[in-house]
Design a protein around this ligand. Structure first.
Ligand code: SF4
Length: 289
């Protein structure tokens, strides 16, 4: 297997075979993200991808899951995606699920029928980084997409029966927009009704525009208590069915998890216990991305 640079994958793909079908992220300009700053975006050739798959087949006995990296694999054409999924079926008949990151714009470029076709060929789950439901915040972080496009893309994935996992970032609106971040994020979660919601907490990375904004005072970071108050507001306003909620990423100050709607009050209770001081926050030096 040939890997170029640092390869990222969602925590739930920790045991998956990772295959890079693109290098980097086609967008690569979000103000808080430095994941692919060292990579110039390109789509790998089908020959390179086939060679990696063959190589992996020769190395690994049983491959249950495959994750297509890097940042937005759904940017590939339908022909390329179909070729890769068919090759996976041929070489890894035991593979139960193929997964990928997808940006809202990648998803919108595919029709519902095309997504259904990808599902029938083994694409089982898409991970979409939403970050915030607020159009103001999305514009400020240069996400390159507005909330109505995110909602349309999310609903399209759900309609195709591909599982949808979305992530939001607490604190991404800073002190000025924490409430807007919570309320607008809950609003679009309710419109999409994703299968999974993951909540990360903002960590400011060096070499990012956001780092400059923090240094020059234009962006004010939330403290741990403000983060939990924002999370409380988010949880309180989520009204969805059958949606697994997790806030247990290495970046979070505290771990939370449950299924909506049945665990909503339990989640709020755990947050209130935290606010009353029953539990402590994760120390800053133990937080990771
Ligand atoms: S957050 Fe996602 S879309 Fe934005 S630059 Fe990073 S990888 Fe690309």
């Amino acid at each position: 297997m040939k890997y170029e640079g640092i390869v990222y994958r969602p925590p739930s793909e920790a045991y998956s075979l990772i295959v890079q079908v693109t290098i980097g992220c086609a967008h690569n300009t979000c103000s808080f993200c430095n994941m692919y700053k060292d990579k110039k975006f390109r789509i790998r050739t089908l020959k390179e991808i086939d060679e990696d798959l063959l190589d992996a087949r020769n190395q690994y006995g049983h491959v249950k899951r495959i994750f297509l990296a890097d940042g937005d694999s759904l940017v590939l054409s339908m022909d390329s995606l179909k070729h890769i999924l068919l090759k996976i079926k041929e070489l890894f008949p035991e593979c139960e699920r193929v997964a990928a990151y997808a940006t809202p714009k990648d998803i919108l470029r595919k029709t519902k029928e095309e997504l259904k076709e990808l599902k029938s060929l083994g694409l089982g789950i898409l991970y979409m980084g939403i970050e915030s439901g607020s159009d103001t915040i999305l514009r400020e972080i240069n996400k390159g997409v507005i909330s109505s496009e995110i909602v349309k893309a999310g609903q399209k994935v759900k309609d195709s029966s591909i599982k949808l996992s979305v992530t939001f970032i607490s604190g991404i609106g800073g002190k000025d927009k924490w409430k807007e971040n919570a309320l607008e994020s809950a609003r679009i979660i309710n419109l999409i009704n994703p299968d999974y919601v993951g909540l990360l907490t903002l960590m400011v990375e060096p070499n990012t525009k956001m780092n400059e904004q923090v240094k020059n005072g234009k962006f004010k970071l939330l403290n741990p208590e403000e983060v939990i108050l924002e999370t409380r507001e988010l949880v309180k306003n989520i009204k969805v069915d059958n949606c697994i909620f997790r806030s247990n990423h290495a970046s979070n100050y505290f771990s939370l998890g449950g299924t909506f709607p049945q665990d909503k009050e339990k989640l709020i209770g755990a947050i209130d216990d935290l606010l009353r001081g029953k539990y402590g926050y994760k120390p800053e030096n133990l937080r990771r991305l």
